[in-house]
Each structure stands twice: as structure tokens, then as C-alpha cells.
Design a binder for this molecule. Structure first.
Ligand SMILES: Cc1cc2nc3c(=O)[nH]c(=O)nc-3n(C[C@H](O)[C@H](O)[C@H](O)COP(=O)(O)OP(=O)(O)OC[C@H]3O[C@@H](n4cnc5c(N)ncnc54)[C@H](O)[C@@H]3O)c2cc1C
Ligand code: SF4
Length: 478
């Protein structure tokens, strides 16, 4: 260990730009074993590992790096999977620069972080390859059943943790495949779908029941589900796209990001998608303008490149330094030929029935707002026009109105529309109903959803044990 002094940081190679633009495969090549061992051996084995502190799951990073450096990959995998239900997913798509790697001590001292994410991915991909990843073996089947609404990372992590104890777990989802945004939001070039599918398959083999194409609120109300189960977890994510209220917003061919990304992901999975097949949601040979500067916007521009758009532009109202998207993804997009127009904001969409162009305001950064970030203000007389055949709005997501949707007006929500929970118990205001993931936090990250799902499982178990004790007491008293 401690080889950072003489061994430079090496991330897995990126594929050639011309190759990766031509397909939807992931853009990083895998480490080879010797490289993974070398890179792990750069870890300084800190007494207080800041990487671990800043990983939402508090993964035992120094331990699995040491084991990898020693070639003990199976043990490294055992430790890594003990705190994370999807290490191969997090290794691929966590914004490590803001989490574990950004806080690595050797990064702070100017030597370049240990490439934690890539090694986590390497360890778990190896585990899958070598057949070390097995379905859960439940020792004792319990009678209590839990209904989980939402098969995204929060719901899946909670389902796995509860099933581990022998509970009967049923996961309901309105989509036709489990995975949530891992399947229908995040594009293949960041996370190939087989990675998600093999995970959900192993959960099925572990005895978790999946009910797809089942929308709570339509197919059953929340109260009806509560009657069917001893506890419920709501993990429905956030899906309401923010609008742009400017003239011309009603024109055709202006779509929210999720419509565009879901269509592309579905095509990748071999589905029939009418709006893609008739050309509407296909960027091929079109001038594409994506509005927004977050990671979803980066996924849209890079999807458009791969669909062979004529041009791909990204409008963002602040400058590059103030962009919310991860620097890594902006760089990938720039390398792939996306044109960023910083300090710009749409003023008007122009066209006859369909959008044809956009009038754009030039912005400048004014004084800081309440969040401390400099507020973008319009620069007078500096408007310009851009051609656009397809406009994609990527301004973030808000929660849907769950009390209304679930026909349960008493379900408490915050002023942002997210579900209100007691942070100590993960419980909503309804007895036996818990919540986790984006529907509690607002749009966040996969690793936080997994953390919430695991925490919710602990709390649901406590709730069920207490309930059982109470029932036994009553029976004895009777
Ligand atoms: C385009 C995009 C790219 C992203 N990229 C990254 C990234 O690179 N790294 C990262 O860490 N995070 C990323 N995120 C964020 C991440 O995907 C989310 O934070 C995470 O998926 C939240 O997990 P969840 O389980 O709370 O919700 P979701 O993954 O949204 O899953 C919720 C599930 O609930 C189901 N559902 C909703 N309502 C109902 C209902 N009424 N009845 C039944 N089922 C219902 C949905 O169908 C869905 O399957 C990205 C998000 C988007 C949109
Ligand atoms: S889960 Fe994410 S933050 Fe934690 S070690 Fe893995 S890549 Fe880093």
C-alpha cells in the first residue's frame, strides 16, 4: 500500500471518441487485474478514511482496496457488497469527484485520488463473472409481508434487505421492467441495461415478487395496499418535469428530457416506440437544443450525438464554473462534439405549429441570491437566434401530487411536494407506511436512494417486531 508516492493515478481508458459516438455502449474500458491491483495499492490506508466518511453508504473502502491490492478479490467483493446493494452500479455512475474520491487524502495532497469508483466496479464485475453473486438463501420464512411501491434503487435496496430476514416482499411498479431510472432514465453509455437486469433477476431468484405495470392510485389505492400488507414503503421517485413558461412553449417538438431518454432507452431494449419510430423523438439529422445544465441535460446531449443529430447545443443560464452537472460528464459531452452556450436562456420559441428556432437571451452573472450563487440576469440588447428542430427541456423534476394520485389526502407532504417523514424512523404520518429515495429527498443520486432503502428496511423491521410484540402481549392478556 501507500504506493501513491511512486505510482501515478490511472483511470480505465476511455474508448476512442469516434467509436463511442457510434454506439450506446459504456465509454470506459475495464481495468485489467494488474492495473486494478496497482491502483488499489496507491491507497494510504488513512486512520480516519475521509473517502468512507463521504460515501453515503460508508463503504469500507480502505479494506477492499487493500484486499484488491493483495489479489484477494473474493474477500474484497464480500466486504464491498456488505454495505452496498449495487456496487457495480455506484462504481459506474456515482459522482465520485463530489463523494469518496473528492475527499481522498492523497487527492487533497495533490497526488491524484485513488480511483475508488473504477475499482469498486472492477471488483463487482469480477464477482458476477466468477459467479460469486448468488441469490439470497432465506433461513426462515416469516409470515409478515411488505409492499414496496417503486422498483428503483431505493425500493430494490429495501426489498433485498427485508427479504434477507425472510419477510415476504412484493414490489409494485407502474413500468413494465424493474429498475426505475436505472432502466428508463440513465442512458446505456453510462450504465448498460444488462447490469441492472442481472441485479433484478437475482432479486427475483431470491424470492422477491415483482408486480409490473401496476400503478398505485389506478390499479389499487394506497389504503387498499395497506390492507394487503403489514407495512408499506413508498419509493416512487420524482417525475414531474419543470416547465418553461415563455411564448411558443405550446409548439410541437418541445419535449421533457424523460420522454426523450425513455424513448431512447426503450429502443435500446428492443421496444416499439411510436414517437421514436415515426421520427418525432429521434434526433437523427436534426438541430437539437437541450435547455439545462444538470446531469440529465448531459445525458440528453450525449444521446442526441449518438442518434447522429446534425448539431447538438446545450443552453445554460450560468457559466461553466457554476454548472450543476458533474465536470466529468461535461468533459465527456465536449469531447463528443456538443456545443455549450454558457450564459444563455431561451426567450421565445418560434415556429408554425412545430418549433423551428429559438430566440435566446444572453445572460450575465449578477449579485449572489439567497443560495449564495450568483444570479443570472438578462443582458439587454444581446439576444440571438438558434435553429432548432427538436428542443429538450431539462430543468429538473418535481414530485407528482402523491396524496391525490394515491387517493389518500391524509398523506403528509412538505412544501416542495416531497413526502414528509420522521428522519429517525423513515415513517410517513401514516402508521406502517414508510418512504425513501427521491420522493423524500427530491431529485438526488442512486447512492442516496440505496442508503435510504437500506435505512428504511431497518426501520420497517423494527416496526414489525414491535407490532408482533404488541400482538403477543394482547394475546397473552386475553
Ligand atoms: C436522466 C437521469 C440521469 C441520472 N444520472 C444519474 C447518475 O449518473 N448518477 C446518480 O447517482 N444518479 C443519477 N440520476 C438520479 C437517480 O437516477 C435517482 O436519484 C434514483 O434513481 C432515485 O431512486 P428512487 O428509487 O428514489 O426512484 P426511481 O429510480 O425514480 O424509481 C421510482 C420507481 O417508482 C415507480 N413509480 C412511480 N410512481 C408509481 C406508482 N404510482 N405506482 C407504481 N410505481 C410507481 C416508477 O415507475 C419507478 O420505477 C439520474 C436521474 C436522471 C433522471
Ligand atoms: S458508493 Fe459511490 S461514493 Fe461510495 S465508494 Fe462507491 S463510488 Fe464512492
Amino acid at each position: 500500500m501507500l504506493k501513491f508516492v511512486k505510482l501515478n493515478q490511472e483511470t480505465p481508458e476511455k474508448r476512442k471518441i469516434s467509436d463511442r459516438k457510434g454506439d450506446f455502449h459504456e465509454i470506459y474500458n475495464e481495468y485489467i487485474i494488474e492495473k486494478a491491483k496497482d491502483q488499489s495499492s496507491r491507497c494510504s490506508q488513512c486512520g480516519v478514511p475521509f473517502c468512507q466518511v463521504h460515501c453515503p453508504l460508508h463503504n469500507n473502502i480502505p479494506d477492499w482496496l487493500k484486499l484488491t491490492a493483495e489479489g484477494r478479490l473474493k474477500e474484497a467483493y464480500e466486504i464491498s457488497q456488505s454495505t452496498n446493494n449495487m456496487p457495480e452500479v455506484c462504481g459506474r455512475i456515482c459522482p465520485q469527484d463530489r463523494l469518496c474520491e473528492g475527499n481522498c487524502v492523497i487527492e487533497q495532497s495533490g497526488h491524484g485520488t485513488v480511483t475508488i469508483g473504477s475499482i469498486e466496479k472492477y471488483i463487482t464485475d469480477t464477482a458476477w463473472e466468477k459467479n460469486w453473486v448468488k441469490p439470497l438463501k432465506v433461513e426462515k420464512e416469516l409470515i409478515e409481508s411488505i409492499g414496496i411501491i417503486g422498483a428503483g434503487p431505493a425500493g430494490l435496496a429495501c426489498a433485498e434487505e427485508l427479504r434477507r430476514f425472510g419477510y415476504k416482499v412484493t414490489v409494485y411498479d407502474r413500468y413494465d421492467r424493474p429498475g426505475g431510472l436505472l432502466i428508463y432514465g440513465i442512458p446505456n453509455f453510462k450504465l448498460e441495461k444488462f447490469v441492472v437486469e442481472r441485479r433484478t433477476n437475482i432479486l427475483k431468484e431470491s424470492g422477491i415478487k415483482f408486480v409490473q405495470n401496476f400503478e398505485v392510485g389506478k390499479d389499487k389505492t394506497l389504503d387498499e395496499l395497506r390492507e394487503m400488507h403489514d407495512a408499506i414503503l413508498i419509493a416512487t421517485g420524482v417525475y414531474k418535469a419543470r416547465e418553461i413558461e415563455i411564448p411558443g412553449s405550446e409548439l410541437k417538438n418541445i419535449f421533457p428530457a424523460m420522454d426523450f431518454l425513455t424513448a431512447s432507452n426503450r429502443k435500446g431494449l428492443g421496444d416499439k416506440v411510436d414517437l421514436f419510430d415515426n421520427g418525432t423523438l429521434d434526433a437523427n439529422n436534426k438541430d437539437i437544443v437541450v435547455i439545462g445544465g444538470g446531469d440529465t441535460a448531459m445525458d440528453c446531449v450525449r444521446t442526441a450525438v449518438r442518434q447522429k443529430a446534425k448539431s447538438v447545443k446545450c443552453l445554460y443560464r450560468r457559466d461553466k464554473a457554476n454548472m450543476p452537472g458533474s465536470a466529468r460528464e461535461v468533459l465527456n459531452a465536449e469531447e463528443e462534439g456538443v456545443e455549450f452556450i454558457w450564459l444563455s436562456s431561451p426567450k421565445k420559441f418560434i415556429g408554425n405549429s412545430k418549433v423551428e428556432s429559438i430566440e435566446v437571451n444572453k445572460m450575465e452573472l449578477g449579485s449572489p441570491d439567497s443560495s449564495g450563487r450568483k444570479k443570472p440576469v438578462i443582458k439587454d440588447g444581446a439576444e440571438f437566434k438558434l435553429n432548432a428542430d427538436l428542443v429538450i427541456r431539462s430543468l429538473g423534476f418535481d414530485p407528482e401530487n402523491l396524496p391525490k394520485l394515491f387517493k389518500c389526502e391524509s398523506l403528509a407532504i412538505s412544501k416542495w411536494g416531497t413526502l414528509k417523514i420522521d428522519l429517525n424512523t423513515m415513517s410517513t404520518n401514516l402508521k406502517g407506511v414508510f418512504a425513501a429515495g427521491d420522493i423524500v429527498r427530491g431529485a438526488s443520486l442512486v447512492v442516496w436512494a440505496i442508503k435510504d432503502g437500506r435505512d428504511a428496511a431497518v426501520q420497517i423491521r423494527k416496526f414489525l417486531i414491535e407490532k408482533d410484540k404488541l400482538k403477543n402481549k394482547k394475546t397473552v392478556a386475553a
